[in-house]
Design a protein around this ligand. Sequence first.
Ligand code: GDP
Ligand code: MG
Length: 445
Amino acid sequence: MFENLTEKLEGIFSKLRKRGRLDEENIAAALKEIRMALLEADVNFKVVRDFIEDIRARAVGHEVLDSITPGQQVVKIVYERLAELLGGKSSHLKLSQRFPAPLMLIGLQGCGKTTTAVKLARLLVGQGHRVFLVSSDVYRPAAIEQLRILGEKVEGTGIYSSGDIADPVGICIRAMEEARSGGYDVLIIDTAGRLHIDDRMMDELKRIKGAVNPAEILLVADAMTGQDAVNVAGRFNDLLGIDGVIMTKMDGDARGGAALSLKAVIGKPIKYIGVGEKLDALEVCHPERMASRILGMGDVLTLVEKAQVAVDEKRARELEKKIRKSEFTLEDFRDQLTQIRSMGSLQDIMGMIPGIGKVKALKNISPDEKELVKVVAIIDSMTKKERRNFQIIDGQRRKRIAKGSGTTVQDVNVLLKNYAEMRKIMKKMTTKDGMKMLRRGKLPF
Ligand SMILES: Nc1nc2c(ncn2[C@@H]2O[C@H](COP(=O)(O)OP(=O)(O)O)[C@@H](O)[C@H]2O)c(=O)[nH]1
Ligand SMILES: [Mg+2]
């Protein structure tokens, strides 16, 4: 997600940061590079033009040129503008007071509607909603079946089984009734998609819209299709009216042009992003966090939030306290790693920790499951005392631990090094100064 842009911008900014003073010429040169980077990321050219002009106007002001850290100021401005491009504030779903509140997912075939319907159900169930799912895709029986199979994996959701109604509108009306009588407060409608927008599809969607009066119409768009995704969103918005977009397959899109253009081009926010095929790979779109991710500052807040969903809150608070006091022991490390398994891939988690890309040792904590098992085995082979105070683990003890866990001394060394590194980062990340620096766009190490 945004990897290409991040890499380019990191290069540009590290040059800028090194300069004690900036003049208009330096800034112009940097802006030219930023412009290229955005165009290469497939951002709409008009959006790029406005973006650069805006930054130029602000960057050549006194605020930047006279500041002690001019490079840093430019980064700050770019950060703020990127966050605006991504929608500014996160926008929440407007679930109406009516029960059930119908959410209509629309989009082209293959964009990820069915998967997203179930991911969204999972997310909403996690927030305490009772969700009912229905597919109005009568053209492909397999589509209805796909929703059922996926939906059944999410505990607490109801799934409409279509019986013998052949009409999509009829199905939706029936599903509304069933959801209401079943005590569900949200109904997610997975509609049929086609390869292209056509009159028949639009007509059907309009009729469903008329029949259920959706609380929100959410367009599901495939980020990997770049500017096509933006065009499709624009067409659906013109013809049907949409409330927001769920941008899927962000994980497979190193460029990010669609996400960065959408709000500016069609004026609708991205509400969620799809970041993988698994059912937990849907995140609320947080523009500011995404902007900091693009600038390589990681995403501490998302990380913390994810951790809180998987870990219960009390434990999360305890952990935070421990980290602050830098009592993050090997036991905590092990618990964290095991919990990470339920949070999503290790790589995702690592990507959210600021500056992680730069810490080589941490790259060695491989996201591989096997590796995780090994790490847990090593920690389990330590004594309680060792786990609480890793500094006492000398060569002799390392040998014993390796033997006990069926690994090598080298494995134990690597683990201890990684742990020490992670501990250091966590400590810096959670100090007041660390947080302040992060907010100002600096890495605390
Ligand atoms: N990598 C990735 N794949 C996704 C994401 N969302 C959906 N997919 C995949 O996209 C394909 C099409 O999804 P599906 O839900 O059937 O699309 P639909 O035709 O719009 O209902 C499936 O293989 C999904 O697993 C995502 O966020 N990331
Ligand atoms: Mg589908």
